[in-house]
Design a protein around this ligand. Structure first.
Ligand code: PAF
Length: 289
C-alpha cells in the first residue's frame, strides 16, 4: 500500500495507473476508521474490480468544522487506520497535512446554495461549504473515476451529487449503506466519545427510525410521522433532540400530507457534547394494481 503525504506523490501514482487504463476509485474519510469506513473500501473495491485501484484519503478537514465544534478533539489514530486499510487491500492512502491542502491565500469556495443551508446546514453554518470545497479539491488532486460516500451522511451525499451534476464533474458517485452496531446505533467515529450511560441510550435513534419505517405504509401523514419520531426521541431524557425532519428522499424538499413517494427521515440528536445523526428512507404503501 502506497502512503502519499503530498499532492505531487498521489498525482504521480495515479497518473501511472491512468496510463494503464485501470479504474481508480476514491473513498474519502476523516480517519479514525471503523467498520462503516471499511464498508466504503469494500464498495470501492467492488467498483474498481480486481485490477482497478482503490485510494482512501484521511484528512480531518478544518473548513467543515464551526468555531465551537469538535475539530481539536476529533479522534485520530493514524497507525491503526493505516493498518486497517492495508488489511482491507487498499492500494494507496492520501494523508496530507492541512498546510499541503490549504493555501493561506486561497479565496475560492464551492457551495451548493440551497442544499447547504437547510437541515444540518442550518445547525452547522458553513459545514457543507467546507465539505463541497474539500471534496472538489480531492477530486481535482486524485482525479478518480468514481468515489464512494456513506449514506449515513445523507445530506452530504445529496450535496455531493448536486455539486457533481452542477459543475459537470465526470465522476460517478456511489452511496454505501449505513453500518450499524448490534444494538442498531449507526457506526460513527464520534460514538467512542459517548459516556457509557449515553452509549446505552443512543440506540433510541435507530429505534425511532424502525418505528417510522413500520408506520410509513399505513397512510400516515408526513407531519404525524415526524411527531411520532420526535416523541420517541424526547421520551429518552438523555437525548437532546436537535432536529427531526421528513423530506423528499430525492430532493430533500419539504413534504406534507400523506406520503406518496419515498421520504427520508433525518435525525440530529446530541448526547452530552456528542452530535449524532441517523436517517432512514421510508416508503408509502405500494399502490394496488
Ligand atoms: O464524511 C466525511 O468523513 C467527510 O465529510 C469527507 C467527505 C471525508 C470530507 O471531509
Amino acid at each position: 500500500m502506497d502512503i502519499c503525504r503530498s499532492k505531487s506523490a498521489i498525482r504521480a501514482l495515479v497518473a501511472q495507473w491512468r496510463s494503464q487504463s485501470v479504474p481508480v476509485v476514491l473513498a474519502p474519510t476523516m480517519g479514525f476508521l471503523h467498520n462503516g469506513h471499511l464498508s466504503l473500501m469494500r464498495r470501492a473495491r467492488l467498483r474498481a474490480g480486481e485490477t482497478g485501484k482503490v485510494v482512501a484519503s484521511i484528512f480531518v478537514n478544518p473548513t467543515q468544522f464551526g468555531p465551537n465544534e469538535d475539530l481539536d478533539s476529533y479522534p485520530r489514530d493514524e497507525a491503526r487506520d493505516l493498518e486497517l486499510l492495508r488489511l482491507e487491500g487498499v492500494d494507496a492512502v492520501f494523508i496530507p497535512e492541512v498546510s499541503e491542502i490549504y493555501d493561506p491565500e486561497a479565496q475560492t469556495i464551492v457551495e451548493t446554495t440551497e442544499l447547504a443551508r437547510m437541515l444540518i446546514g442550518k445547525l452547522r453554518p458553513g459545514h457543507f461549504r467546507g465539505v463541497a470545497t474539500i471534496v472538489t479539491k480531492l477530486f481535482n488532486i486524485i482525479r478518480p473515476d468514481a468515489a464512494v460516500f456513506g449514506e449515513k451522511d445523507y445530506q452530504q451525499l445529496a450535496v455531493i451529487r448536486r455539486m457533481v451534476q452542477d459543475l459537470d464533474m465526470e465522476i460517478e458517485i456511489i452511496g454505501a449503506p449505513i453500518q450499524r452496531e448490534a444494538d442498531g446505533l449507526a457506526m460513527s467515529s464520534r460514538n467512542v466519545r459517548l459516556s457509557p450511560a449515553d452509549r446505552a441510550r443512543a440506540p433510541v435513534l435507530a429505534r425511532a427510525l424502525d418505528q417510522a419505517e413500520e408506520l410509513a405504509p399505513s397512510g400516515i401523514t408526513a407531519s404525524r410521522l415526524r411527531s411520532h419520531v420526535r416523541a420517541t426521541l424526547e421520551a429518552e431524557p438523555r437525548a437532546q433532540v436537535q432536529s427531526v425532519d421528513i423530506r423528499d428522499a430525492a430532493t430533500l424538499a419539504p413534504i406534507s400530507g400523506p406520503l406518496t413517494r419515498p421520504a427520508v427521515l433525518l435525525l440530529a440528536v446530541k448526547f452530552g457534547t456528542v452530535f449524532l445523526i441517523d436517517n432512514r428512507v421510508v416508503h408509502p404503501a405500494k399502490e394496488r394494481t
